[in-house]
Design a protein around this ligand. Structure first.
Ligand SMILES: CC(C)(COP(=O)(O)OP(=O)(O)OC[C@H]1O[C@@H](n2cnc3c(N)ncnc32)[C@H](O)[C@@H]1OP(=O)(O)O)[C@@H](O)C(=O)NCCC(=O)NCCS
Length: 197
């Protein structure tokens, strides 16, 4: 696996990875009418805005994964308010008649992005997303990507990172625990996990 900084030219491939892993680690493409919605929220701003780290994972078949982070979650939320959400709010107005598809959930997120509590940001300022297509999973790539990301975060001077994971994604929860993440909060929908150094 090759790991290199992601660029805007990678966005279509990265959005595809996001969709193909967006159902608690499984393919979410049947759940969405608009295939770009997930990537627009969980990939685009990390590749585009300042104050982020975006690494693309490649094998012989091309881009098959990514690890993304906002170095300071509060600054990132401000940058998204200024530079990312406005265009998406115009493109995806709140629907008058919700469809019941997952598109509704992502459009609600675009209009009312959830804010992380200050107590979490204080101890775990950065947050991350990691996804690999099935062909790149299970061979140590995820570990290498997390360690590369943590090394970059350390160089940036932050002392901790958090992430959210769906309750049904037992595989990812086991992976994060194995890599030293602990559960900060848990409810029926999922877990907030963090790691400090
Ligand atoms: C979750 C994911 C990033 C993990 O990456 P991966 O390449 O499959 O995992 P790795 O092979 O690097 O595993 C690293 C280590 O974790 C361990 N591990 C992996 N899954 C584990 C689990 N469920 N329980 C315990 N240990 C686990 C591995 O045995 C390995 O141990 P070692 O390095 O000590 O030998 C990857 O499977 C993935 O992208 N899945 C689909 C998308 C997804 O769920 N993303 C997370 C959304 S929150």
């Amino acid at each position: 696996m090759d790991l290199r900084p992601a660029t805007s030219a990678d966005l279509p491939a990265l959005y595809e990875v996001c969709l193909r892993t967006g159902d608690a680690g499984d393919d979410a493409s049947e759940q969405f009418d608009d295939p770009d919605l997930l990537g627009s929220v969980y990939v685009g701003p990390y590749v585009t805005l300042d104050g982020t780290i975006a690494l693309a994972a490649l094998d012989d078949d091309g881009v098959g994964g990514y690890v993304l982070a906002a170095i300071d979650t509060a600054d990132f939320a401000d940058a998204c308010e200024r530079e990312w959400w406005p265009a998406l709010r115009r493109r995806y107005p709140l629907p008058e008649h919700p469809t019941g598809r997952r598109d509704d959930e992502l459009i609600a997120h675009i209009h009312h992005p959830p804010l992380m509590p200050a107590a979490v940001i204080e101890r775990y300022p950065a947050h991350l997303h990691i996804d690999l297509l099935p062909r790149m999973q299970g061979g140590g790539n995820g570990r290498r990507m997390i360690e590369a990301l943590v090394a970059e975060l350390q160089r940036s001077g932050v002392s901790g990172v958090h992430l959210g994971v769906a309750a049904e994604n037992a595989r990812a929860i086991g992976f994060y625990e194995h890599l030293g993440f602990t559960t900060l909060h848990e409810d029926a929908s999922g877990r907030l996990m963090g790691r400090r150094w």
